[in-house]
Design a protein around this ligand. Structure first.
Ligand code: SF4
Length: 396
């Protein structure tokens, strides 16, 4: 099977117990009464969408994200997986991931997740510091993370990711280093590190505007990122994407690699995004709008999903540009010149000669040989100035 026929599936679970102070994700607290009808709607969306998807696709990753997927019962997660399995062929090596909030993750739930085939767990640890967790408005403690990891191991999970946030108000280099040490002591196979982005209208943005909490220091956040790169390399992790590190190649997140390689994926659930055969769309955003759109019949025939809105047909130029911007995030593999030529019928140099020359001159990108083939990727300096590099590949 060609990698071009590999499909990834994202399932959005937009339920949370409470809203964290920095969160602007598409998620809602107080809607637990809709969980059952939501799961039914997701299964129905999967079924109706599958009629419009070619049958030469092989699903090789499924990712439950949120929100808080572990607010669904393991039976509900299983119902959704079964809904996908009924309509698509699964790869024998399928990666089945779920995000989880450590505040509500009992051992028997983790056992049940393993029993239904979930083989990758991504825990929102965010920090080991009680002060950081309080500023972020997280409902869990670091102790919850320790217990969750221990229970996950007992349940048989070997592929465990920890999400961390840096650049939190009051956070220091020293306290961030403590967080990194605490994370490493839990022996995860993967780490994702994100700089805190304070989005307008979140409770944290309001506290900062009212000067109750100081603003994040961008220079300090950049120093934390450099510290993380050095620290994690010293502890045996390799950085394969701007924000992601893994212990070895088999622990890399296959699902996210699909996005970074700009390959097709279907997103199901409220506000989920999809990319299929040069077409992008998103789903209706709120839980109730989403459920209502699935029960509507007949659907708008222009759309692959009954919940789809904002359909965009991509031109070749759009697709090349997105492939460059996403692929340059991959700090080891970058963009393969050979794959680019195969996919678009023109060489990287023909399309982006001016941009690449400029970036080479600025030592922001480099050509390297990977398994005998030329790849263009970020330099270490380029990793710190990624946005400057990505912008070069935007075409009107
Ligand atoms: S648990 Fe995650 S999705 Fe839910 S409110 Fe907090 S940050 Fe947002």
């Amino acid at each position: 099977m060609q990698s071009g026929n590999l499909l990834s599936v994202y399932i959005h679970i937009p339920f949370c117990r409470t809203r964290c102070g920095y969160c602007d994700f598409n998620t809602y607290a107080g809607y637990d009464h809709l969980k059952e009808s939501y799961v039914k709607a997701v299964v129905e969306e999967i079924s109706r969408t599958s009629r419009k998807i070619d049958n030469d696709y092989l699903v090789h990753t499924i990712y439950f994200g949120g929100g808080t997927p572990n607010l669904l019962s393991s039976n509900q997660i299983e119902e959704i997986i079964k809904g996908i399995r009924d309509k698509y062929i699964f790869s024998s090596q399928i990666e089945l991931s779920t995000e989880a909030n450590p505040s509500c993750l009992p051992g028997d739930y983790l056992n049940a997740l393993r029993d239904i085939g979930i083989n990758r767990l991504s825990l929102g640890m965010q920090s080991a510091s009680a002060k950081d967790l309080e500023i972020l408005g997280r409902s869990h403690t670091f102790k919850d993370v320790e217990i969750s990891v221990e229970n996950a191991r007992k349940a048989g999970f070997t592929n465990i990711n920890l999400d961390l946030i840096f650049g939190i108000p009051y956070q220091t280099l020293l306290s961030f280093e403590d967080t990194l040490k605490s994370a490493i002591n839990l022996s995860p196979s993967h780490l994702s590190l994100y700089a805190l982005s304070v989005e307008d209208s979140t409770p944290l943005a309001i506290q900062i505007a009212e000067k109750v909490v100081p603003e994040s220091d961008e220079d300090l956040a950049a120093d934390m990122y450099i510290l993380a790169m050095e620290f994690l390399e010293k502890h045996g992790f390799s950085q394969y994407e701007i924000s992601n590190w893994s212990l070895d190649q088999k622990s890399q997140c296959l699902h996210n690699l699909q996005y970074w390689r700009n390959l097709d994926y279907l997103g199901f659930g409220a506000g989920a995004h999809s990319l299929y055969r040069q077409t992008r769309w998103e789903n209706r955003k709120t839980i109730t709008d989403y459920i209502d759109s699935i029960s509507q019949s007949p659907q708008n025939e222009d759309y692959i999903s009954p919940a789809g809105i904002n359909l965009i047909s991509l031109t070749n130029t759009d697709e090349m540009s997105e492939t460059m911007m996403m692929g340059m995030r991959l700090t080891e593999e970058g963009i393969s010149a050979e794959n680019f030529l195969k996919r678009f019928g023109v060489s990287l140099d023909e399309v982006y000669s001016k941009e690449i020359t400029k970036l080479l001159h600025q030592v922001l990108v480099e050509w390297v040989m990977v398994e005998g083939h030329s790849h263009l990727r970020l330099t270490k300096k380029g990793r710190l100035l990624g946005n400057q590099v990505f912008m070069q590949f935007i075409r009107d």
